[in-house]
Ligand binder design. Structure first.
Ligand code: BMA
Length: 357
């Protein structure tokens, strides 16, 4: 869609053509507080701990030419703005990952072509399907993890320092696995990654595990973090499967892990969002876990789309000083949306409304 000035317009009217591709900044190690994360106050009268951006979806299904859906995508602070890795599906509906960047976290330039990887040809999987990316900065490197089709589905991994050149390394796990989510720093000298062992279809089960690695290649000490279920403690919204969402946020009360949780219904799966606090040193230990969802499909763009009734968080930007968190989530396997919370409120809510099982 083009507007009168000939600029490409997004589904929600943002003019994309005015945002030219510009060279990436080389300043690495910039903290998230250097840039303002997207933010809107809680609407008057809203009592929810998590609330939606008023102009969702921020990235509509036709955001770049030919796209049928851009969703379940990851963003991080980068330079003077933000960088991202996006799940893009064209008319083949074969998912690929595309790099993108933004000055404000709302209006994005998304590359029209998928990311190409350097690396060992036996490992590189540019032509395979790739979906549900997460991006995690550890020291001066950004790690991209995703569900990859090279001998998958399982967790594929690549590194980048500038979001232009990516190097793929070996898959972290054996097939089948999904939702590989790294912790943003080493814990007791080891990298830690959450994942959700699965089958190769629309898995009707799923529990969250955590694994450790000295080098991002060799993974072991696989420990159960939390199970699906909870019927015995009055839980149905998370009874079928659970999977980690954004990179966990370190707080004084533990790692805040926002996750997706699924219940099966007569009409298929319903994907909601929950939160948990994990022990800082032993993150396989769940301290608190919400006994209710914090966001569930209700908005039109969440209940209608390619796959109805899905909210699927893959990234969160936080500003501890301002006590803000901006959660990026995919809606209905169609578009990319934002929701907000006060970090301290989300932590307190998780502690006050918890059922660990
Ligand atoms: C999961 C993944 C997600 C998707 C969700 C709902 O198994 O494939 O990418 O958002 O199903 O369809």
């Amino acid at each position: 869609m083009t507007n009168q000035a000939g600029h490409l317009e997004t589904d929600n009217g943002n003019a994309l053509g005015t945002l030219e591709k510009k060279p990436f900044m080389v300043s690495l190690g910039q903290s998230s507080s250097a840039v303002s994360i997207p933010w809107q106050q809680r609407p008057a009268g809203c009592k929810d701990v998590v609330w939606r951006h008023s102009d969702n979806p921020v990235i509509g299904r036709h955001y770049i030419p030919g796209a049928q859906g851009i969703y379940n995508s990851a963003v991080v602070p980068y330079g003077d703005g933000f960088a991202g890795v996006f799940r893009v599906e064209l008319r083949s509906r074969y998912p690929h990952l595309h790099a993108g960047w933004s000055e404000d976290g709302l209006v994005w330039h998304i590359e029209p072509n998928p990311i190409q990887y350097a690396g060992d040809p036996e490992v590189v999987s540019t032509d395979d399907y790739a979906y549900d990316p997460r991006v995690c900065k550890i020291d001066d490197t950004y790690y991209v993890t995703w569900c990859g089709g090279k001998n998958g589905p399982t967790i594929s991994v690549a590194t980048t320092k500038d979001f232009q050149q990516f190097t793929q390394i070996d898959n972290a796990f054996l097939p089948f696995n999904r939702n590989g989510v790294l912790f943003p720093r080493k814990i007791n000298g080891k990298f830690f990654m959450l994942s959700r062992p699965s089958d190769d279809g629309h898995t009707p089960f799923g529990d969250i595990y955590v694994s450790q690695s000295p080098d991002m290649i060799h993974w072991g000490k696989h420990r159960l973090v939390m199970r699906r279920g909870g019927g015995e403690v009055g839980q149905w919204w998370q009874r079928t499967k659970v999977g980690a969402g954004p990179i966990p946020i370190e707080t004084e009360d533990g790692w805040l892990m926002i996750y997706h949780a699924v219940m099966d219904t007569c009409n298929g799966f319903v994907y909601s969002m929950g939160a948990a606090l994990l022990d800082l040193d032993q993150p396989w230990k769940v301290l608190y876990r919400t006994n209710q969802h914090v966001l569930t499909p209700e908005a039109d763009y969440e209940v209608t789309g390619h796959v109805p009734n899905v909210v699927f968080p893959c990234a969160a930007l936080h500003d501890s000083e301002q006590d803000r968190v901006a959660i990026y989530y995919g809606a209905a396997d169609t578009s990319s949306c934002l929701a907000y919370a006060h970090l301290s409120e989300l932590v307190e809510f998780t502690k006050a409304n918890s059922a660990v099982f």
